[in-house]
Design a protein around this ligand. Structure first.
Ligand SMILES: Nc1nc2c(ncn2[C@@H]2O[C@H](COP(=O)(O)OP(=O)(O)O)[C@@H](O)[C@H]2O)c(=O)[nH]1
Ligand SMILES: [Mg+2]
Length: 217
C-alpha cells in the first residue's frame, strides 16, 4: 500500500459524532499499552500521527483517520487497563461494542496483542464474536523485536492454540523494525476488498445488518 495521505479526522464516542459511513473502515482493537498506536504509525509511515504513550489507558475515544482519501482507520480505546475505574471501563466497553456491532462501514478488525502475553479471555471472546458475525479479524502479535526469532515462533504457537487458529494466521509484527508490515497491509487490503477473510478464518458469513448483538465481555 502506498500511503499518499493520512490525516486525523476526529475523535468520537457517540455514533452521532462518527464521520459519515461513506468509506470502508478498519478498526484496531487491543489492550492499553499493547502497541496499537505504534503499529498504526508504522503502517502509515508516521512517527506520531497516533499519539503513543508510556502511560497506558489514555485514549478514551474512537479516533478516526482518513487514509489516501479512500478508507479509514479507527483506533478503538484500549481495554483491560486495571487503573481505569470500573464505571468508566464499562462505558468505554459499551462504546466499543456500539461501534463494532452497528457500523456498516466496518470491513475488518485488527486485534493487536503484545507477543509476550498469552491471549486472555478478552481477546478470545473478541475474536469469537468477530467470527460469529462474519467480520474478518486479523490478529497481530506486536513487539516481536523483544523476543528472539525462536521465541517469537513459540509464542505464536501458544497464542494460536488459545485462539484455536493456525499459527501462520497470526502476524508477527514490530513497530521498531518494521517486521510484518507488508504482511499486515496485504491482510488489510484483503479486508478492504472483502474478497478474502485473512487472519483467523471466519465461519459462515452473515449479513452485515444482522449484526445486532454485541461482543461478550
Ligand atoms: N520494542 C518495541 N516497543 C514497542 C513496540 N510497539 C510499541 N512499543 C512501546 O510500547 C509502549 C506502548 O505503545 P503504544 O503504541 O502507545 O500502545 P497502545 O496503548 O496500545 O496504543 C510505548 O512505550 C511504545 O514505544 C514495538 O513493536 N517494539
Ligand atoms: Mg494508543
Amino acid at each position: 500500500m502506498k500511503i499518499r495521505s493520512a490525516e486525523f479526522i476526529k475523535s468520537a464516542l457517540h455514533p452521532e459524532h462518527y464521520p459519515p459511513a461513506d468509506l470502508p473502515e478498519i478498526a484496531f482493537a487491543g489492550r492499553s499499552n499493547a502497541g496499537k498506536s505504534s503499529l498504526i504509525n508504522t503502517l502509515l509511515n508516521r512517527k506520531n500521527l497516533v499519539k503513543t504513550s508510556r502511560t497506558p489507558g489514555k485514549t478514551r475515544h474512537l479516533n478516526f483517520f482518513l487514509i489516501n482519501r479512500t478508507f479509514r482507520f479507527v483506533d478503538l480505546p484500549g481495554y483491560g487497563y486495571a487503573r481505569v475505574p470500573m464505571l468508566l471501563r464499562r462505558s468505554w466497553k459499551g462504546w466499543i461494542e456500539t461501534y463494532l456491532s452497528k457500523r456498516k462501514a466496518l470491513k475488518g478488525a485488527v486485534l493487536v496483542m503484545d507477543i509476550r502475553r498469552v491471549p486472555a479471555e478478552e481477546e478470545r471472546s473478541l475474536t469469537a464474536w468477530f467470527a460469529r458475525h462474519g467480520l474478518p479479524c486479523i490478529t497481530v502479535l506486536t513487539k516481536a523485536d523483544k523476543l528472539s526469532r525462536s521465541r517469537q515462533i513459540r509464542q505464536r504457537f501458544k497464542a494460536a492454540e488459545a485462539f484455536a487458529a493456525e499459527p501462520e494466521a497470526l502476524i508477527l509484527f514490530s513497530a521498531k523494525t518494521g517486521q510484518g508490515r507488508n504482511r499486515l497491509w496485504e491482510a488489510i487490503e484483503g479486508c478492504l476488498r472483502r474478497d478474502s477473510a485473512p487472519g483467523i478464518p471466519v465461519k459462515a458469513p452473515e449479513r452485515r445488518d444482522e449484526r445486532a448483538t454485541t461482543p461478550e465481555s
